[in-house]
Design a protein around this ligand. Sequence first.
Ligand SMILES: [Mg+2]
Length: 293
Amino acid sequence: MKKKITQNIIALVYDFDGTLSPCNMQEETIFKAYKIDKDKFWAKSQKLVTRFGYEKTLAYLKLLIDDPVFRKRPLSKKKLKESASQVTYFPGVDDGYFDHLKTFMDSLPEVREAGITLEHYIVSSGLQEILDGVSIRKYFKKTYACEFDFQKGRPVFPKLVINDTNKTQFLFRINKGKFKLSESINEHLPEADRRIPFRNMIYIGDGITDVPSMTVIQKAGGNAIAVFDPARRVPQAVKAMVAEHRAEHFAPADFRPQSLLVKILHQTLKKIIASIVYRSSADRSSDWVRRHM
Ligand SMILES: [Mg+2]
């Protein structure tokens, strides 16, 4: 009997702001709707960090709850979700990229033979309520971002905070297939039993805030790609990341079919696919030997 091929899911994990979208999602949605000056808002948030010792992400979430403008007109799940239509994307993201990758995968015979599937995930320090409303939401198996507890329709407390370093927790959730926060990811799970091994993952992020995730992914045999705004010059932070080998590849955040980024993705996917097929044949040959011992 032919043995079923396991660990044949590939995960593409994206940061959001600066990676899929050129902007910061709060600025394009909430700030616009409330006519908030972004520099003033971020300065206020930074003051909470430097003067009062707030963690950076908690600082901005606090302001979204109790800054005078939000006390007067509190945010709601509905408002946030609806505002997501204002989010803009890098070229290709909302114009064929996901379908293109699917077509690319479907065109490879090994993918069909080994039943390989591709899943997309977002791990962001932005807001889940906004991600719930973005036009590209349907392409993602799961999105992780900061979440509020809403009571009587208004946010009262952050119930999930995602920052640069705890982003890595969600990579382990994807790795172990334990998506719910109520599921512990601390228990040992043998490598062979993990839903998506790190070597089957590709992380795409845009900067220094993604370094912890890229490091975790790469140390565990996975793949990391750093992207930057194609409309701007290569930022200093990205140059430093190249020099320090923080990511394997660097490319402008252009998700159209002929772009360098998509070419890199094709190559990386092919590498992962070959490794899945290779491992399954190695498994099969050792099974054969075991049966004939
Ligand atoms: Mg980013």
